[in-house]
Design a protein around this ligand. Sequence first.
Ligand code: SF4
Length: 194
Amino acid sequence: MDEFELLKQEVKNCTKCDLCRTRTNVVFGEGFRNAEIMCIGEGPGYYEDQQGCPFVGKSGQLLDKILNVCGFTRSEHVFIGNIVKCRPPNNRDPLPEEREACLPYLYKQIELINPKIIILLGATALKGLIDPNARITKVRGEWMQWNNRLVMPTFHPSALLRNEKLKKPAWEDFKKVVSKYREIVNKDHFSEHC
Ligand code: SF4
């Protein structure tokens, strides 16, 4: 078993925080193991907890749609993970101690997958990875650096579902990702719409 599979096994059996008591499944993450793009969200919701896969509910369908329009798929270009890997009850925000307990797994995933670009989906991902005081409304759409990787913070797809007006700026953020991907990964990357 390689390091990635060992990590997956460890996470699947994790009891480091209280979220292990209420979860149905651990949601390790899903996608291409050597992806150049990693999307990071907050944590599993109801459907993700039921199925053990990230972003499978309405938000996930929207995320897949956006990625597909950009010419990206989970199987070839993107790995999708979360700040916490077990569902917080009633979809509440993860507590600081839950984030802290779980973050080392995310750091290890990033190290092993080694993406050039990280897309942070929403405030919890931004605060968890970059800065607890950062505001998504202030910094979205601006490239950041984290451990020699490029980071693009943008809105969580669930925010786009709640507020149609956020779709346009979020689309602008994803267009920046496509253009950066062409610049640093594959100049011939095809996307029908950008
Ligand atoms: S949320 Fe993370 S740290 Fe907490 S039990 Fe689940 S895998 Fe372990």
